[in-house]
Design a protein around this ligand. Sequence first.
Ligand SMILES: *Cc1c(COP(=O)(O)O)cnc(C)c1O
Length: 355
Amino acid sequence: MSRFNTPISIETVAASKIDQVDFSNLAFGNIFSDHMLVCDFKNGAWEMPKIMPYQNISISPSARVFHYGQAIFEGMKAYKDQEGAAWLFRPEENFKRFNTSCVRMAMPEIREDYFFDGLQELLKLDQNWIKSGAGNSLYIRPFMIASEAGVSASPATEYKFMIICSPAQAYYGGQVRVKIAEKFSRAAPGGFGYAKAAGNYAGQFYPTKLAQEEGFQQLIWTDAKTHEYIEEAGVMNIFVRIGDTLITGPTSDSILDGVTRKSIIQIAEDQGYAIEVRPLKVQEILDAQKDGSLKEMFGAGTAAVVSPISGFGYQGETYELPSIENSYAMQFKKKLNDIQYNQAADPYGWRVAAW
Ligand SMILES: *Cc1c(COP(=O)(O)O)cnc(C)c1O
């Protein structure tokens, strides 16, 4: 990773709490490592980053984040190989997307030197929280909130950038059943679906809850205007395999530019898979289901890498997908994991030493 020699104030924990953690039994995102990074934006500039013991923060009840949702985040992971070296996967992409999200939500962009030096120092301090072994990782959550007090409906002038880290295990989500959205939308043209904004998630909870009450785990989001085109699978990008062709929609205002998505596209292109990046109609999926050419659907994102879909509901009907040996989903999961865990050559330079 890039190094900029940023001065960082560091206060370490008196005693690590790592011995109290059962690493063989982790629920996603409930346990956090010993330290966190905090960086305040005031008077038009970012102040010196601070690393301190993970703890509650104090913030005015009138802070803009609570009222107008000026909040964005990223999701990335640190991996450890068998020799004990720690790695990140395409962290530059997360940094760039973080600032893309900042711009859209009228928030100040984080400095590259503070982001990367802060992250490196934090990971170095909490390196014992990155466990080696298949599927283990340290989930990294950089985020930014509008911390200025006052409920005037305008962008804040004070912000907090923070990074917290949570140990994660292999994600065996199993196969998910999804419902194709007919009424609700996640994002719209001209909106901010391409940003990793907190509000995008808040707006998804209710429609997803309704789908869950009908026995589905997730919604397949369709375009806001016509609901004829497939956009994303829950909070993941979506791939559909028809025959031996893999199809995913083009990124847009409403389709987020996922790092996993673009890595799969790149590998697919280089390794001779038939891959098409183009708008995909719900009707095409229904037709393919009917003539037997619909082979796979899967979500793609950092948390699970891929999440295979076993069936879907649409207009009151449910449809099952065939179970496939050596699925594309599992092939891409393995190819990505092998690069991430330093078990295969990385011709792309995606794998970067964590410090
Ligand atoms: C984070 C996210 C993704 C996946 O992005 P990755 O970079 O692959 O983790 C996809 N869709 C949405 C809406 C997201 O928020």
